[in-house]
Design a protein around this ligand. Structure first.
Ligand code: CDP
Length: 226
């Protein structure tokens, strides 16, 4: 199979993988390099978790949450998420949200709500990159290129630790590693759209690769025969 990089060809790229595998960092850089749209689908699950938390909602209250989310505007601008025109990017990255997001994302009605937000953005975009857990398997099963990014839990925890440290969040490496393993477990074992490598996805192990090396690897895949 080979691809040509002609913008306007309606190309879709799916990037999946567990927490801290580098999906969003890589997807952002790649979207810039290719001039593609980018949706960080995890940010939508995080935003809904944030809304549930700040509005003191019961996560199982399907009717109430559905009404609120259907009347909420989600938008990405400069790779940051805006909810009703307010940027909540830094709030959704806090560990208090990371801790709860997988339980929220396991609820089927929440997945339907997120998927309808994603669908609206995909429908008006020509070339797009999506990253998440179920992109290659459920959201974009027809994506032209599917990547599954992975790394060992210790490496992923270290990356997340440094990110949070940079944002002055004090949490131990041990705690982060435990949380990442717990989140992987919930994401991989839920009934609906679990974290899975699509059969036709290309696996990239990022333990020994830096960010630029991963971006280049995917870029080269697009340019060369697979
Ligand atoms: O950045 P990190 O890898 O930690 O996670 P994320 O991509 O921001 O996603 C946060 C959470 O949202 C994941 O742990 C999943 O529970 C959920 N998620 C999902 O279920 N399906 C997606 N397509 C994307 C995220």
């Amino acid at each position: 199979m080979s691809f040509s990089l002609i913008i306007g060809e309606d190309m879709k790229i799916a990037i999946d993988g567990p927490a801290g595998s580098g999906k969003s960092t890589i997807a952002k850089l790649l979207s810039k390099k290719l001039n593609f749209e980018y949706i960080d689908t995890g940010a939508l699950y995080r935003a809904i978790t944030y809304i549930i938390k700040t509005e003191n909602l019961d996560a199982e209250d399907e009717e109430n949450i559905s009404n609120i989310i259907k009347n909420t505007n989600f938008r990405f601008h400069n790779n940051k998420i805006y909810v009703n025109e307010i940027c909540i990017e830094s709030e959704i990255r806090k560990n208090s949200i990371s801790k709860n997001v997988s339980d929220v994302a396991a609820l089927p009605f929440i997945r339907n709500l997120v998927n309808s937000v994603i669908r609206k953005i995909v429908d008006i975009s020509e070339n797009i990159i999506l990253d998440g857990r179920d992109i290659g398997t459920v959201v974009l099963p027809d994506a032209e290129l599917k990547i599954f990014l992975d790394a060992t839990p210790g490496i992923r925890a270290k990356r997340r630790y440094l990110e949070l440290l940079d944002k002055n969040e004090s949490i131990s490496l041990k705690e982060i590693k435990e949380e990442i393993i717990q989140r992987d477990y919930i994401d991989s074992n839920r009934d609906v759209a679990p974290l899975r490598k699509a059969v036709d996805a290309i696996v990239i192990l990022t333990d020994d690769l830096n960010i630029q090396e991963v971006v280049d690897k995917i870029y080269n895949l697009l340019n060369n025969d697979l």
